[in-house]
Design a protein around this ligand. Sequence first.
Ligand SMILES: [Zn+2]
Ligand SMILES: [Zn+2]
Length: 432
Amino acid sequence: MDITAPRGTNDIMPYEVRKWQYLEEQIRSICRRYDYKEIRTPIFEETVLFQRGIGDITDIVEKEMYTFIDRAERSMTLRPEGTAPVVRSYLEHKMYGGPQPIKLYYMGPMFRYERPQAGRYRQFHQFGAEVIGACVPEVDAEVIDLAMHLYYSLGLDELELQINSIGCPLCRGKYREVLRAALAGHRESLCSNCARRYERNPLRMLDCKEKRCKEIMTDIPSIHEYLCDECADHFQRLQGYLNALSISYVINPKLVRGFDYYAKTVFEVIYRGLGAQDAIGGGGRYDGLIETYGGPSTPAVGFAAGIERILLTLERLGKELPFQSQLDVYMIILNEAGKKLGLPLLKDIRGRGFKADIDYMGRSLKSQMKAANRRGARFVVIIGEDELSKGKAIIRNMKVGTEEEVPFDEVVERFIEIRLETDQGVLMCRRR
Ligand SMILES: [Zn+2]
Ligand SMILES: [Zn+2]
């Protein structure tokens, strides 16, 4: 066949999907404990949602969106990020009417027309958490805590949390002028992106990855000297809460985020080994976003992480996820008559929550035993000529090598017994 998956997209194959499922379960479990509720928004939205929210001079809106005209000639866009849709939903469903803050999380595919490379794809997946309706730094600390909790739970403990404050429209305006003044003499040497940012979005110049821009930015004044009292206090208190929660962090005064709607707190979680694209998650406060949609002035803070980036980082660090792929039970039936008894038994075993399978290809006992081993089966149930005449099945414990004969109608009970005997069900039972 000459048709392949589109460039920058991936089939997530069965041997990888278990990692995805593990990670997704971990995310759900942590969000449940922090009492964040899942929200599922559409895969495509009206283009204007992202133009207004993300800002038209960001890379995303300028050159990375999958935008199309639908059959009724409306401009639609495959979502490139998750925050704008969540905010749209918050406003559309008047969630501001109930008790605040609203704590939400989402998970799913996002789309950006980028040059594909390791950990960066055109269809990629994000997990994000948003807290809407509270402006206190405790909430910023909770979102950061939730993010770090996820990374730690995956065994990613060599990460660096960077935090910064980019001020509010009030104090940032002043700092923009300071930046422009400091860089006025360097305008000729800036990269083409920064040349454009200079006028419209000078803060973005701070985190430019171009070498010469980086050099120029080394000794420009820090934004912290220009924060208003409210922003400085917010940033101070955030640090106090992070300390209280034993979350270590580094203050990076050049950390800004790609989106225009951020204010005050911004943060990124960095893994040093990923090279240029080292952030495996990040977020910040976007107090200004909801107003840009015509909603009531509402503070909010959020975090997003790329699923592919997390998995790639785990792989590069050689971290194994503790999922179980083995079978509990592999059933071997050696004759036609045995199937009438064996198949309902298999159904019962599965019905009681055990992971069980059978060979349908009529292979020899020897090759079926090999298959059971290869699949890590903990127990094999054998029904042969002999067993059939005695009305019994053999249960073989593959780990210890012991065998016992058990009447057909007691096999399921026996497995339940074994499960109870086994250390809180860890051996036989699903991971909780
Ligand atoms: Zn301020
Ligand atoms: Zn630059």
